[in-house]
Design a protein around this ligand. Structure first.
Ligand code: NDP
Length: 282
């Protein structure tokens, strides 16, 4: 089987060198478990070489690749097809190469949706989303397309927050609004899902997004996209409040499962992937 590979400028999401990269460890463990003769590589591609690198991936018979910043938008012009949700999000982080055709997907929102759907139905849910960057955008649009009733975007930067709320309200049926974030956030009444989609709390910074958890109902599902550490201060506060929590590690595993599905058509075992991550992140 041709190599399944990652074409990416390493994001700094994790501090480890490529040999200890959690995504590589997780994906290769899944390949071994599935009996696939495939590898997962990380390649650092300068922006000026992106087109050559994409054509090279096709020429070398790769199954596909993930791409991270700064390539998530620029890669689109080199693809043959872009899935509907990736088009609406305006960014691609996963490309499958099928019969020589390059098909772009955005799995940032899909991985989140898959994690939430394991514990609740998002249809009709009222969501409070912290952040308006790439991760928040993918999550908001997937939730809106999946039938969330309302999405409140809370962001430090007003312009970016308002722009995302406007886009979500335009391209999905959800009612979307922007809420300024000045001081500890009082969660809007009736919030069913509260999500940290900012970069606050990523290792080694132990900072916690400013939320007044006294205003968060115990029935609220609280999720954090930060995968490292899996147990963030944000989730610890939510758990102390009695809320059900979802961590970023689960979303990272989902991202791997969805990527492998796009590249190979096979269903990877999440338990094998968790075990591989635990080895690298311990
Ligand atoms: P962006 O840089 O696009 O956006 C960062 C967001 O965080 C912005 O909304 C920014 O607000 C906000 N923010 C950053 N610092 C602060 C602060 N001190 N106070 C208030 N708000 C702040 O990043 P991404 O959206 O691409 O990524 C966000 C995080 O998502 C990453 O750190 C990563 O950990 C996580 N991620 C997790 C994945 C997983 O599989 N679990 C996959 C992909 C990403 P402002 O607009 O005001 O600057």
């Amino acid at each position: 089987m041709p190599t399944a590979s990652f074409l990416s400028a390493l994001t700094g999401l994790f501090a480890q060198p490529a040999a200890e990269n959690p995504t590589v460890a997780m994906v290769e463990a899944a390949y071994r478990d599935l009996g696939l003769d495939a590898r997962c590589l990380t390649c650092e591609v300068p922006p000026a070489s992106l087109g050559d690198a994409v054509r090279g991936a096709r020429a070398m018979g790769w199954l596909g690749f993930n791409c991270s910043l700064p390539h998530k938008v620029a890669v689109i012009e080199h693809l043959d097809e872009v899935a509907e949700s990736a088009r609406l999000i305006g960014a691609v982080n996963c490309v499958a190469i099928r019969d020589g055709r390059l098909v772009g997907e955005n799995t940032d929102g899909q991985r989140f949706l898959a994690a939430v759907q394991q514990v609740m139905d998002v249809h009709g849910a009222r969501v409070t989303l912290l952040g308006a960057g790439g991760a928040a955008r993918a999550i908001a649009i997937e939730l809106g397309l999946a039938g969330a009733a309302g999405i409140t975007i809370v962001n430090r930067g007003e312009e970016r927050g308002r722009a995302l709320a406007g886009d979500v309200g335009t391209v999905t049926p959800a009612a979307a609004s922007y809420l300024p974030w000045r001081g500890p956030l009082a969660a809007p009444a009736g919030t069913d899902i509260l999500v940290n989609a900012t970069s606050i709390g990523l290792f080694p910074d132990p900072a916690v997004p400013a939320v007044d958890f006294d205003t968060v109902a115990a029935e609220t599902l609280v999720a954090d996209v930060i995968p490292n550490p899996p147990r963030t201060g944000f989730l610890a506060q939510a758990a102390a409040r009695g809320c059900h929590t979802l961590d970023g590690l689960g979303m990272l595993v989902n991202q791997g499962v969805i990527g492998i599905r796009h590249w190979t058509g096979r269903e990877a075992n999440p338990d094998v992937m968790y075990a591989a991550l635990a080895e690298v992140l311990r």
